[in-house]
Ligand binder design. Structure first.
Ligand code: SAH
Length: 225
């Protein structure tokens, strides 16, 4: 195994940014400790990889702040046997974290270059239980539905109806809802076929979920992140 020069930076990230706040799920902490976040940012930005904030990258893509990745993962309450649907692969970092928490991860990305780079990177890192699809994730992935856990890494104007439909009974959906002006991270739980509960967790700032059940691509020029 190659030497990891970022091991201590990662350990500090876990202690100060995660454990020092309200991340207590031991499996989430272990996953965040294990995934080499610096491999998901361009080499010239590796020094920022473990800072307490998001990293802005090409194609309007952002890797969320480590705390937000951990918080969203923790809210899913994964035990290890689940199939998870992720919308917005971006760099693939969140998918790599989820790959250590669940049995299978399906991750959807609308920008072809991002989807192929992330898929390649995840393969190199041995995340064999992650499958990346290039498609509009606002419509979900009906072919493997229903899912016990769905996570959306881009802000939707409202929870996309197909994702509600593809959530298993008893399942959990974590999604930022709102516009450029303000968003709330929401946790939805499906209690029965037609009964959902909603919790508002925290104010957040994500790039827009574009697509059929997201923001219209026509609005993109007004929301250029
Ligand atoms: N989870 C990512 C960060 C996601 S940034 C990481 O860990 O790096 C949000 C991503 O959502 C961007 O890559 C953007 O292209 C993608 N996206 C936006 N709308 C989408 C849609 N309808 N379907 C799939 N991906 C979408």
């Amino acid at each position: 195994m190659e030497e990891d020069p970022y091991r201590s930076a990662r350990e500090r990230m876990v202690e100060e940014q995660l454990r020092g706040r309200d991340i207590h799920d031991p499996r989430v902490l272990a996953a965040m400790r294990a995934v080499p976040r610096h491999r998901f940012v361009p080499e010239d930005l590796s020094s920022q990889a473990y800072a307490d904030g998001p990293v802005r990258l090409e194609h309007g893509q952002t890797i969320s702040q480590p705390y937000i990745v951990a918080l969203m993962s923790q809210l899913l309450e994964l035990k290890g046997e689940e199939t998870v649907l992720e919308i917005g692969t971006g760099s693939g970092y969140q998918a790599a974290v989820l790959s250590r928490l669940a049995h299978q991860v399906y991750s959807l990305e609308r920008v072809p270059e991002l989807a192929s780079t992330a898929a390649q990177r995840l393969k190199e890192l041995g995340c064999e239980n992650v499958a990346v699809y290039e498609r509009d994730g606002s419509a979900g992935l009906p072919e493997h539905a229903p899912y016990p856990a769905i996570i959306v890494a881009a802000a939707a104007p409202r929870v996309p109806a197909p994702l509600m439909e593809q959530l298993e009974i008893g399942g959990r959906l974590v999604v930022p809802v709102g516009s450029q002006e303000g968003q709330t991270l929401e946790l939805w739980r499906r209690k029965s076929e037609a009964d959902f509960s909603q919790d508002r967790i925290a104010p957040v700032a994500f790039v827009p979920l574009l697509g059929e059940h997201g923001w219209s691509t026509d609005e993109r020029p007004f929301w250029a992140w």
